[in-house]
Design a protein around this ligand. Sequence first.
Ligand code: AR6
Length: 180
Amino acid sequence: MGLGAEASSVIKVIQYDITDLDVDAVVNAANTTLLGGGGVDGAIHRAAGPELLEACRKLGGCPTGEARITPGFRLKARWVIHSVGPVWRDGAHGEPQLLESCYRSAFVLAKEAKARSIAFPCISTGVYRYPRQEAARIALKVMYDHNGNFRSIVACCFDAENAAIYRKLLAPSPLSGDDA
Ligand code: AR6
């Protein structure tokens, strides 16, 4: 899937801790309670401070496939967009649609907040066990659809395996004529 020069200069793949990024909005891989958890959710809550949990409490949860926005509090990011990805079962329970929807919902909120830069973790690929390759394809497809509205869209991978998958998918394909 070569995305072309223009798209791939907006979409960046990094291997890093998302809590330390200086972007307008970071996306959190949350659960339906929005009350925190492990993984990237726990890391974002620790870094943002207890005010984040207080703000999340007021939201009253979030269905799978949707997103909610709060301030970033002690993060460098001005906003945290809490997106709830699906738990992987077998792929026949709406998982692809729900994963795509949680990325799309995050972009809608980011645009409303006038964010120009946004960073995503690899939603659902941790304890929710979504197959990484398929999750990355969905994430990059939605990022590509929004690359005209943002200065920077960061796929913030935590582990080397996800980073390699994203980099391979984002790389220009010689067969598609994307020779950037
Ligand atoms: N920065 C960037 N990515 C990270 C970080 C970090 N600091 N820490 C972990 N990751 P997961 P899920 C990556 O399990 O699968 C929570 O308990 C991690 O390597 O955090 O969507 C929530 O409350 C993986 O690739 O989220 C939910 O209950 C990716 O983030 C549940 O986990 C997502 O892994 C959500 O599960």
